[in-house]
Design a binder for this molecule. Structure first.
Ligand code: PLP
Length: 472
């Protein structure tokens, strides 16, 4: 698409929206302006391409398409079939997976599909076989009651939240924690790294049905070959949630033992983080689980979002281009430059650095809570989020960490030199912020915040966001 065409497309869309509800058009325009001006270091965010964004805003949104490609519960799904099949094909080719299910609306949905596919395979199917019936509706009331109890009595082992795991990996506030008896593995207190011997020990003791790997805030690679061996040794199904680092897998930065696809029984992901697609989820698996995964709707999903599947097809096609590998490598180069810049200036980092797209600053080194640091950085034009660090004394709300990531700024074109300047800005703000009278309060000279804000926007001026889009 030419630069001019992008501008025309977005301007026209806003004009049409403005005619109905101008405040929505204004908010959309304001969001672009805000995103253009902020130094976005949120590790889970990115900027999707104009083609991906435009693929979402159309009449595919109007279509119901429950079922799977070629087997729908609604008539007239031939065009949805086209985009769903294309998205799945791109996903299979990109990740080298036997099967891809592209309907999940988000990461949490993808995980729910995976959990229930595993439960269906390992608990429900044997129960149906034992009762000699084909489907759950054919079970007696007594057998159905027994199966429901059995489904609700399974174990999961996943990474602890403070070590970087995700809420959807069996934690009580999330439905996964209510479904499963969960135990978690942490990281080595001395190094901050996953201790595979400890994971193996926990697996031997707990004997989980599912071993989960994957994280939201762990700045290192995970060896999925070793994790699979641990899962096999206790008969667990090995699931990897690669939501955060899918772009690094797609871009072949994580290969061999660090690529989850050849090692896991099932892999879930979001499509909007380092993968740079639309907001959504996806499940990859081998032929053994494919049939169960395809029952995502009606198992835990309703109708798919065809407009988002269209955008997934576009984004996955983009990720198959040779320049995506270059992008993925630059994400990691930038994260490492940011980590080195911070370390050189005296910051304390969890694990002492990074080998992926994110860096976790332990802001107790600046005598701040994560909450204070997050807000002080935001006052200074730097958008991050607070995050627990291992064994965090401030808990999950105030925290002692700031998580920063490079996928978004790398999309904008910033490189390692700019990462060093970013480290300087972050360190300046954190070292000049003083704790206030509560874990949320802090003291930061507004003039300094203003100065850093200006420096942050100067840093961005050479790297325009959606340069072709001029909203006038
Ligand atoms: N899994 C991991 C590892 C995540 O980091 C996230 C989101 O942050 C999710 C799942 C949930 O994704 P979503 O917000 O799309 O439901």
């Amino acid at each position: 698409m030419s630069l001019n065409a992008e501008s025309t497309a977005f301007r026209s869309a806003l004009e049409v929206i403005r005619a109905v509800e101008p405040r929505v058009a204004d908010a959309i325009g304001a969001e672009l302006a805000d995103q253009r001006e902020s130094l976005k270091l949120i590790a889970s965010e990115n900027y999707a391409s104009p083609a991906t964004l435009l693929a979402m805003g159309n009449w595919f949104s109007d279509k119901y398409a429950e079922g799977t490609v070629g087997r729908r519960f609604y008539a007239g799904c031939q065009n949805v079939d086209t985009v769903e099949a294309l998205a799945a094909e791109h996903a299979r080719e990109l990740f080298g997976a036997a099967h891809a299910y592209v309907q999940p609306h988000s990461g949490i949905d993808a995980n729910l599909v995976a959990f229930w596919a595993i439960l269906a395979d390992r608990v429900e199917s044997p129960a149906l076989k034992k009762a000699q019936v084909r489907q759950v509706n054919d079970l007696t009331e007594a057998d159905w009651f027994a199966l429901r109890r059995e489904l609700g009595n399974q174990r999961m082992l996943g990474m602890s939240l403070d070590a970087g795991g995700h809420l959807t990996h069996g934690f009580r506030p999330n439905i996964s924690g209510k479904m499963f008896d969960q135990r978690s593995y942490g990281t080595d207190p001395a190094t901050g790294l996953v201790d595979y011997d400890k994971v193996a020990e926990a697996a031997r003791e707990f004997k989980p049905l599912i071993l989960v790997a994957g994280y939201s805030a762990y700045p290192r690679k995970v060896n999925f070959r070793i994790m699979r061996e641990i899962a096999d040794s206790v008969g667990a199904t090995f699931m990897v949630d690669m939501a955060h680092f899918a772009g690094l897998v797609a871009g072949k930065v994580f290969t061999g033992d660090f690529d989850p696809v050849p090692h896991a029984h099932i892999v879930t992901t979001t499509t909007h983080k380092s993968l740079r697609g639309p907001r959504g989820g996806m499940v990859l698996c081998g032929p053994e689980l494919a049939g169960q995964v395809d029952r995502g709707c009606p198992m835990v999903l309703g109708g798919p979002l065809p407009h988002v599947m269209a955008a997934k097809a576009v984004a996955l096609a983009e990720a198959r281009r040779p320049d995506f590998a270059n992008y993925a490598q630059r994400i990691v180069d930038n994260a490492q430059a940011l980590a080195e810049g911070l370390l050189r200036r005296g910051a304390k980092l969890v694990t002492g650095g990074t080998d992926n797209h994110l860096v976790l600053i332990d802001v107790s080194g600046y005598d701040l809570t994560g909450r204070q640091a997050e807000q002080a950085l935001l006052d200074s034009g730097i958008v991050t989020n607070r995050n627990a660090v291992p064994q965090d004394p401030n808990g999950a709300w105030y925290t002692s960490g700031i998580r920063i990531g490079t996928p978004a700024l790398t999309t904008r074109g910033l490189g390692t030199a700019e990462m060093d300047q970013t480290a300087e800005l972050i360190h300046t703000v954190l070292s000049q912020t003083k704790p206030g009278e509560s874990k949320a309060k802090y003291v930061l000279d507004p003039a300094l915040a203003d100065k850093v804000s200006k420096q942050a926007s100067e840093l961005l001026t050479g790297f325009p966001l959606y340069p072709a889009v001029d909203l006038g």
